[in-house]
Design a binder for this molecule. Sequence first.
Ligand SMILES: CC(C)(COP(=O)(O)OP(=O)(O)OC[C@H]1O[C@@H](n2cnc3c(N)ncnc32)[C@H](O)[C@@H]1OP(=O)(O)O)[C@@H](O)C(=O)NCCC(=O)NCCS
Length: 164
Amino acid sequence: MITTAFDAEVHDRTSFDCGVDSINGFLRHQTTQWIRKGLSSCWVLESDNSKNIIGFYTLSAAALSCEDVVDIGGRQLPKTIQIPAIRIGRLGVDVSHQGKGLGEALLIDAFARASMIDAAWAFVIVDALDTAASAWYERYGFVPISNDSLRLVIARATVLKALG
Ligand SMILES: CC(C)(COP(=O)(O)OP(=O)(O)OC[C@H]1O[C@@H](n2cnc3c(N)ncnc32)[C@H](O)[C@@H]1OP(=O)(O)O)[C@@H](O)C(=O)NCCC(=O)NCCS
């Protein structure tokens, strides 16, 4: 693991800038409440002084319908239940550290944390902000749930394979 749990007493949220206002704004204004309300956990890659945030991601429990994953193993799944999943809600790397492989490292870190959760899940979900973000996730095996969708999923088996 390269990340640690976000701690508002330790981490300075104001200096983080991944270039996307909605992601910066979430970290600044919503993270603490979301953690307290059980809506997501937040994991940060700290600078050497522990204060600055180099990158972060959030994780939450989620659910998919069989139709969402019909082309990605969904045909084998029961139609009567929601398919359990883990959502990577937000993921960002500070612009001063982008292009060094840290986004990929955070994604693998998120997979590792998901793999250790004792509740079962069959897919990891992301909602990409735009087609560029979608293309970035597709590099790692995520598949759009439909042709024009910015919601992408990756099957548990592919996640575990990526973790070796
Ligand atoms: C997307 C993001 C997390 C990538 O972080 P990063 O640390 O720069 O990424 P990495 O260095 O690990 O990149 C790994 C590879 O992806 C490529 N890549 C980076 N951004 C990309 C994009 N938008 N589309 C496609 N490929 C991209 C890199 O060129 C690199 O390729 P290489 O290994 O062939 O050189 C970062 O650019 C970011 O925070 N963007 C703003 C927030 C965002 O879009 N988050 C994701 C959607 S919620």
